[in-house]
Design a protein around this ligand. Structure first.
Ligand SMILES: NC(=O)c1ccc[n+]([C@@H]2O[C@H](COP(=O)([O-])OP(=O)(O)OC[C@H]3O[C@@H](n4cnc5c(N)ncnc54)[C@H](OP(=O)(O)O)[C@@H]3O)[C@@H](O)[C@H]2O)c1
Length: 308
């Protein structure tokens, strides 16, 4: 729980662990033991009462909201059996009750349990919505991504590469950049904390970027316009620069998108909830294929025949 209302960037002293009696499920509820708790940037805004998923602003004694992955230990809910694995909004705690609201059963045979909060969870859906649905990245394009080592950024780049594009990342250290290029296959990655960032960004993108996926806002968003091609696309996904303190945020000079004739699209992942079955099917089938469990060609049906 929180020890006080947050001001600025959180630190470990803002939180403490408390012991409470295990909740007993009433009729229509089940008790879930959490195995994984997802930590996501939106939770900072939620704690401040600036996010639709929060009840905030939170004060001392409140428990932050979070998506969790766990196992049903006791069930009085007709839809869930003991032993089922579920993803739900259980919060920052080890056990929680679920009424079934925003609770989905997940199949541990399809992918590791943790993947249901990552590549097959909200960050994966966000990246997929950006690269596939909003930017519709094409083979031969170049896609620039900020916070490129994070779950959203790294997946946007990998999806772009999978579609035949080239990915270039922006990240906050040389160590992060080495992983972005070495493990995730981005062609280049530029450390924005180092001197001469803009020159190095331009050198990494001599022909410019067709798409910029923005996780940060502020100065990095402004800088990205200097390498965006004319008629380029910007996907506005996150505002890392301002979550701790919105007052510090710098607004965008609208001359930048005007001069680039840019298309700017805001992304809200919940708009793509109805596409989750298609997106999850793609991820889970790919996992099966890589384990050699497919027979013949593996395809995900996206057209009118799909059951979604
Ligand atoms: N629109 C939606 O529906 C939606 C859904 C999910 C996530 N998002 C957004 O997508 C973005 C990425 O999410 P994620 O879960 O993948 O996060 P993440 O990358 O794991 O964490 C955020 C990263 O942002 C970078 N960053 C850049 N400027 C920063 C600053 N001023 N302060 C703090 N960090 C800064 C840091 O990496 P570097 O050191 O590399 O800069 C940090 O590790 C977030 O903005 C998140 O809110 C949006």
């Amino acid at each position: 729980m929180l020890t006080r209302s947050l001001a600025g960037g959180p630190d470990a002293g803002d939180f403490r662990v408390v012991d409470e009696a295990l909740p007993e499920p009433a009729d229509g509820e089940c008790r879930v033991r959490h195995l994984y708790l997802s930590l996501d940037p939106y939770q900072r805004s939620a704690m401040a009462g600036r996010h639709r998923l929060g009840r905030g602003p939170l004060v001392a004694g409140d428990m932050p909201a979070a998506e969790t992955l766990g196992q049903v230990l006791r069930s009085r809910h007709r839809g869930y059996r003991e032993g089922d694995y579920v993803r739900h909004f259980g919060g920052w705690q080890e056990y929680a009750l679920s009424t079934g609201e925003r609770t989905e059963r997940v199949d541990p045979a399809l992918a590791p349990l943790s993947a249901w909060l990552g590549v097959l969870g909200m960050p994966g859906l966000t990246a997929w919505a950006s690269a596939v649905e909003l930017a519709a990245v094409q083979a031969g394009q170049t896609v620039l991504v900020s916070a490129a080592l994070g779950p959203v950024g790294s997946l946007v780049g990998q999806l772009a590469i999978q579609r035949g594009a080239t990915a270039v990342g922006i990240a906050g250290s040389d160590e992060k950049c080495a992983i972005v290029t070495g493990e995730f296959g981005f062609r280049a990655c530029v450390n924005y904390r180092q001197e001469g960032f803009l020159e190095r960004l331009r050198a990494a993108l001599p022909d410019g970027a067709d798409v910029y996926h923005d996780n940060v806002g502020g100065q990095l968003l402004a800088d990205a316009f200097s390498v965006l091609k004319v008629n380029g696309t910007v996907i506005l996904c996150g505002l890392m620069e301002r979550y701790n303190d919105p007052a510090k945020s710098k607004s965008l000079d609208l001359a930048l998108p005007i001069m680039k004739r840019a298309v700017m699209k805001g992304l809200v992942v919940s708009d793509f909830e109805h596409r989750r079955p298609v997106f999850e099917a793609a991820g889970a089938h790919f996992a099966r294929l890589m384990r050699g469990e497919n027979v013949g060609k593996a395809l995900v049906v996206l057209g009118p025949e799909a059951a979604t």
